[in-house]
Design a protein around this ligand. Structure first.
Ligand code: DAT
Ligand code: MG
Length: 168
């Protein structure tokens, strides 16, 4: 048993189909703890980084459009980090197989996912599949101060003349 973190994304189809509540309820069965969450407008750069291991696949361009929300006209993804013992396997178990047609029907993907006529797996959620992937993905989607607790080593960077948007 190991204390792990895992990245969960409720993808645009999950948000458009109002499945967030159901998905979070299912994941709460794990008794894992949420240590970060935010709604993200996914840039093309972030989408391509997240799926870079699939960049040579024929469905890559469609996958990028899907996670960016172009397909569902919403441009929102809900990103969360769950933490706890064996978090990666526990979440993957409830999420189900990558292919929604092969996924256990009581899993999230089995219950709510579909394959489009062009062959895209609209499988509602993402969940990290190894500790290496989880670390890479959490660092890609979140800044250290957005995560509660020191999960990975950090460094302090002093930046001058950085402008950022604030409430007017
Ligand atoms: P997972 O999301 O289960 O970790 P993955 O990392 O191999 O699976 O692939 C990422 C996403 O790419 C997956 O959620 C859906 C899509 N995908 C993977 N294999 C596919 C395939 N053979 N046809 C269509 N989409 C696929
Ligand atoms: Mg994966």
């Amino acid at each position: 048993m190991a204390l792990e973190q895992t990245l969960v994304l409720v993808k645009p189809d999950g948000l458009v189909k109002s499945l967030t509540g159901n998905i979070l309820s299912r994941l709460s069965e794990t008794k894992l703890v949420i240590i970060a969450s935010k709604v993200v407008r996914v840039s093309e750069h972030l989408a391509k980084q997240h799926y870079k291991h699939l960049s040579d696949k024929p469905f890559f361009d469609e996958l990028v459009k899907y996670i960016m929300g172009d397909v569902h006209k919403t441009h929102r993804v809900l990103a969360l980090v769950y933490q706890g013992e064996d978090a990666i396997a526990k979440v993957r178990d409830i999420v189900g197989d990558t292919n929604p047609e092969k996924a256990n029907p009581v899993s999230i993907r089995g219950a709510y996912g579909r394959i489009t006529t062009t062959g895209v797996f609209e499988n509602v959620v993402h969940a990290s599949s190894s500790t290496e992937d989880a670390e890479q993905e959490i660092k890609l989607w979140f800044k250290p101060e957005e995560v509660v607790g020191d999960i990975y080593p950090t460094r302090t960077v002093v930046r001058e003349k950085v402008s950022e948007k604030d409430w007017a």
